[in-house]
Write a protein that binds this ligand. Structure first.
Ligand SMILES: [Zn+2]
Ligand SMILES: [Zn+2]
Length: 325
């Protein structure tokens, strides 16, 4: 089969390799669609804490099961025995392995996925939208960590596809999102999405008094700005990791948390139930979600697309490993 394989940081290529071998619990599935995200781009540029090379990339994917049904994939493979697995937070399983990180992922014609990680996709969600369930589920996890409720005002820094999906999830639970973006050209990319979803974006400073603030960008100033704009007692979610050269005034940040009794939580990855919630949400907003797709491309074009993701200024490229026909 053909696959996009990362050999080493800076070195990726389309290869011909043997398809994975399935088991009864984890059969091999045909990949219908797989999205390229900034994490993939970062892996290509400089590796990743959890990346084992060489690796077929792809952790955002939709597959065709042996039963002829389509499934969104929870990309983790968890132990199923530890306290985290037993309490429904399998993303925190210490033994978790992730497709596209520890195991070969969806940028290939075939992928091996545990049956329990397959979440059915309803007919109203097209293939190219179903693979967005993973980033949306990560956003839903962030909202769950902050216990976001209807009527609350939620400030999101960063208008990339993940920040926009996050805003969609905020809106879907009856809360009020505002996406804050400093780059006008980046903001312009989401015009169609915003028209279809009703999500509001601002290029201006967003004012104070937010119930919840979330960073969907690795830029350190977003973290400080979000903390400062919370109401007393507000909640902050550290959703995006920070760029490694990040310099933050920790004294000011911690004093703000102390004096204004803020709550700060982290969020990383997603759970199976989060993928199911995400698929249901995509079924409510399939057109808005599809407006986050930059282009649908064949596997052969994925190295070039990943370079463009690394440069920034694009929405999600969705790869169809079997071609566009
Ligand atoms: Zn991703
Ligand atoms: Zn576990």
């Amino acid at each position: 089969m053909r696959a996009l394989r990362l050999e080493a940081p800076g070195q990726m290529r389309i290869v011909e390799q043997a398809p994975p071998v399935g088991t009864a619990d984890a059969p091999v599935q045909r990949v219908l669609s797989a999205a390229l995200c900034r994490t993939d781009a970062r892996m290509w540029q400089c590796g990743h804490r959890d990346l084992i090379l060489p690796r077929v990339l792809g952790h955002e994917l939709c597959v065709l099961g042996e039963d002829g049904h389509r499934y969104a994939v929870w990309p983790g493979v968890s132990c199923g025995r530890c306290p985290a697995c037993h309490s429904g937070v399998e993303n925190l399983c210490l033994g978790v392995e992730v497709l596209g990180f520890h195991r070969d992922g969806g940028m290939a014609q075939w992928v091996q996925v545990p049956r329990e990680s397959l979440i059915p996709v309803p007919s109203e969600v097209p293939d190219v939208v179903a693979c967005l369930a993973e980033p949306l589920a990560c956003g839903i996890n962030a909202l769950n960590q902050a216990r976001v409720e209807a009527g609350e005002r939620v400030l999101i820094h960063g208008a990339g596809p993940v920040g926009l999906l996050l805003a969609l999830a905020v809106q879907a639970r009856g809360a009020e999102p505002l996406v804050c973006e400093t780059a006008a050209d980046k903001a312009a990319l989401s015009a169609r999405f915003r028209t279809l979803s009703g999500v509001v974006l601002t290029l201006e400073a967003p004012g104070d008094g937010w119930d919840v603030a979330i960073n969907a960008t690795s830029a350190p100033p977003a973290l400080s700005a979000g903390l400062q704009r919370l109401r007393p007692g507000g909640r902050y979610v550290v959703f995006s990791g920070l760029r490694q050269e990040a310099e933050i005034d920790l004294g000011a940040a911690f004093n703000g948390i102390h004096y204004r009794q803020l709550q700060v939580v982290g969020a990383y990855g997603c759970t199976r139930s989060g993928i199911a919630d995400a698929v249901a949400l995509l079924g409510r907003y399939p057109d808005a979600a599809e407006a986050l797709v930059e282009a649908v491309i064949p596997l052969e074009d994925s190295p070039l697309a990943l370079r463009r993701v690394a440069e920034g200024g694009v929405l999600r490229f969705v790869v169809r490993p079997d071609g566009l026909g």
